[in-house]
Design a protein around this ligand. Structure first.
Ligand code: SF4
Length: 328
């Protein structure tokens, strides 16, 4: 019995860990989380947050412990209170409902999501039918569709393109959710171009730099690993895409919230294990996973840097003004 137990432990201890770079927090998530933290410092608890500020269980729990109150709807917030809107963005109707309840709003929508909202408004004003490539039910998609509900149709797959019916095939535009698979989206856009040769799109890609870079990194990671573990929550779109991309590039891959979800059978016979994390997952979770493997005897830990990233977004104006006043 003893010998079997020892053999299994050795067989499931990887020789090497490879950490993708870039991974984890993007500039939009960092800004959103900091916005709630600074709001708590400036105004005190409770600070209400509509929906999860970012799609990560650990981040949400930590902010909840500090006094953030997460609600599904502005209707759940007492009149006159302070509310932060999440990084995924909200539709104009949510702004209107918040105003009707005299809420003090702090908008932590990522500027790269706002860019897509601006495109939607512009294409709608110019009379285009807008094809939004995205996932039904995702908060970002709901927010973007709310900008021009009469003009936007949602497409989730290449097959959906064939089902489309538009009033004028000569006036069609496309936009996309920011956290999709780069390759799948390209295929959908190609299909749209074949069906609507006059279709126009945004001047620069809607899939954001962080999604693009993390997918580029996980592709290379997967090619060098037997298993890729992606740290991220189930409702994190970009994290789910990382698992899919890793699998498409030859590695077994699983999404985990933390090291506690690693299953022994995943590790059997895996020599090189890759680790990456979604744009809403804090680095502390990566380090905990590395420590988990170090404790089992893996000492070779290397980073695979594929792209250098140096993007930062300013905090929302109301927070910057609050901080300036409080330090004056
Ligand atoms: S994943 Fe991209 S769009 Fe979403 S918050 Fe991060 S930078 Fe912004």
């Amino acid at each position: 019995m003893q010998a079997k137990a020892t053999l299994r432990a050795v067989g499931s201890t990887p020789e090497k860990l490879l950490l993708a770079a870039p991974r984890g927090y993007c500039a939009g998530v960092d800004r959103a989380v900091q916005t709630v933290e600074r709001a708590l410092e400036l105004y005190g608890a409770p600070v209400y947050v509509r929906k999860e500020i970012v799609h990560n269980k650990t981040v949400v729990e930590q902010l909840r412990e500090r006094g953030a109150v997460f609600v599904e709807s502005v209707a759940d917030i007492p009149e006159g209170a302070t509310v932060v809107f999440s990084a995924h963005g909200v539709s104009p109707s949510v702004h209107a409902k918040a105003a009707a309840r005299s809420l003090a709003t702090i908008d932590a929508t990522c500027p790269l999501v706002t860019k897509v909202h601006v495109e939607a408004k512009k294409f709608a004003a110019d009379g285009y039918t807008i094809v939004l490539i995205g996932h039904a039910g995702h908060e970002e998609v709901e927010g973007t569709m709310g900008e021009a509900p009469e003009n936007i149709v949602l497409v989730q797959t290449e097959e959906d393109v064939e089902e489309l019916e538009v009033p004028d095939p000569e006036r069609v535009a496309y936009i996309s959710q920011t956290t999709l698979s780069v390759d799948e989206t390209r295929a959908i856009i190609e299909r749209l171009r074949r069906r609507y040769p006059a279709i126009i799109g945004p001047r620069t890609d809607d899939i954001c730099y962080a999604t693009t870079n993390r997918q580029a990194a996980v592709k290379q990671l997967a090619e060098q690993c037997d298993l890729v573990l992606v740290i991220g929550s189930r409702n994190s779109s970009n994290s789910n895409r990382l698992v899919e991309v890793a699998r498409e590039h030859g590695a077994a891959s699983h999404l985990i919230d933390s090291e506690g979800e690693v299953r022994e059978d995943w590790l059997e016979g895996k020599r090189v294990v890759g680790i990456t994390s979604g744009a809403s997952a804090p680095e502390s979770l990566v380090q905990r996973l590395v420590d988990f493997f170090r404790a089992r005897g893996t000492s070779d830990v290397q980073e695979l840097e594929v792209v250098q990233e140096d993007v930062r977004f300013m905090l929302p104006k109301v927070i910057r003004q609050g901080l300036a006043t409080s330090s004056a």
